[in-house]
Design a binder for this molecule. Structure first.
Ligand code: ZN
Length: 407
């Protein structure tokens, strides 16, 4: 048995991992890096099936390409498949708007949808004698870890969080021989979530008290739901604009993947969903505006910032990691962003809050101890060495993209 990364081994994004055993080749995730322009993984050879850990584009973004190339089935949880479909359609719109070349078209997306096969946690999938058991990975609702059971047990973590949040229960370790582990937060810790939520709510109140509006850019998938669940703890007049509202409805329709559908629905009822041409006008009357995109690269958040950029009483509260090269990173580092090609310096206060959906360094170390593997394959990180050092005494490998690893 051997594995090879087509992407996303030494970096975060465009993940794809081949697992070959005898005549069988399975592909775990096949994503793209939604940078500008997008970056793609190594071209996949023919495979027997694609197993999708979750919907984020860096794991799902190449699905339409591979289903068109090889006519294979794609296995995922119902929320992962529904949301991947939504994000793939959206990625075509973004590419069209920005003038980027895409790896597939609308027909490929429609064709891929027909190849979707869903499973629930605890299901065993059988690929000609290669048995795969599915577990929750925390991270976002529906995110999956795959346990491959052949002569050895291999656990593929996908993106992982062990923390139970208002949205989703944390992942539990699974005993295995080989652990293929994401390392996004190698060397970095998260502050306690309860404290982050308290500080976040306090900040919004402070901004409102001085007469400003809190602008909360948030990824549509996972983060928006975390934020509206947090806001529901207080009585704000909150607006929600952007794709997050569609994702809310998808999650609310899939019981068993969200920690509490009732709580999510209650939180949704408390926010004012705005959209269309009147959306901005209505949003600007609220205490707090939750909107996409999370890294300020397009989406309705741009119009909100444009409207409030001269208002020093208002604040932009970032809720996720800002990748290099994005507008969000530029705002944090230089206090400026590009709005439709023009550089502007918003007068609003800028603050960051860590609502990460990935396990921090110590969480990862603890997870490894719980799984107790003989070998750890570190992937999905640009600082893997720091995690390998912390796992001293255990065999750790850090393959590069394109390199085969014998298991
Ligand atoms: Zn993810």
């Amino acid at each position: 048995m051997e594995i090879q990364f087509l992407g996303g081994a030494s970096e975060v994004g465009r993940l794809g991992m081949l697992l070959r055993r005898g005549p069988q080749t399975l592909l775990f995730d096949y994503g793209m890096l939604p940078s500008r322009p997008p970056k793609y993984p190594i071209e996949a050879p023919p495979v027997d099936a694609l197993l999708l850990s979750h919907a984020h584009l860096d794991h799902s973004g190449m699905i339409p390409w591979i289903t068109s190339a090889y006519d294979i089935e794609v296995y995922g949880t119902p929320p992962s498949l529904d949301i991947a479909d939504l994000l793939l359609e959206d990625s075509l719109k973004v590419a069209d708007l920005e003038g980027f070349r895409t790896a597939f078209d609308g027909q490929d997306v429609a064709r891929s949808r027909k190849m979707f096969r869903s499973f629930s946690f605890g299901d065993v999938l059988d690929f000609d004698g290669v048995e795969v058991l599915t577990h929750s990975a925390g991270h976002i609702p529906g995110a999956t870890m795959f346990e491959v059971n052949v002569e050895k047990t291999v656990l593929f973590s996908g993106d992982l969080h062990t923390l139970s949040t208002d949205l989703v229960l944390g992942a539990k370790p699974v005993k295995c021989d080989i652990l293929v582990l994401e390392s996004t937060y190698a060397g970095r810790q998260h502050p306690p979530r309860e404290q982050v939520q308290k500080d976040f709510l306090r900040k919004i109140k402070q901004v409102n008290q001085r007469g400003g509006i809190a602008i909360v850019p948030a990824f549509a998938v996972g983060r928006t739901q975390d934020i509206i669940l947090t806001l529901a703890r207080e009585k704000f007049y909150a607006s929600l604009n952007g794709m997050g509202k569609t994702v809310n409805s998808i999650y609310a329709g899939h019981k068993g993947f969200v920690r509490s559908v009732r709580k999510l629905k209650d939180a949704m009822d408390k926010v004012n969903v705005v959209g269309g041409r009147k959306g901005l006008e209505r949003a600007l009357k609220s205490d707090v505006i939750v909107t996409t995109s999370g890294m300020l690269d397009g989406g309705p958040v741009i119009n909100v910032i444009e409207a409030l950029r001269e208002d020093a009483k208002s604040a932009i509260l970032l809720t996720g990691y800002q990748v290099e090269g994005t507008n969000g990173r530029r705002l944090v580092e230089k206090g400026e962003i590009a709005i439709r090609g023009v550089t502007v310096k918003p007068k609003c206060e800028v603050q960051k809050f860590d609502f990460s959906a990935h396990a921090g360094h110590n969480d990862l170390v603890k997870f490894v101890e719980g799984c107790d593997p003989e070998k750890v394959v570190l992937m999905h990180g640009d600082n893997r060495k720091l995690l390998a050092d912390a796992l001293e005494g255990r065999e750790c490998v850090m393959p590069m993209e394109g390199e085969w690893v014998q298991l």
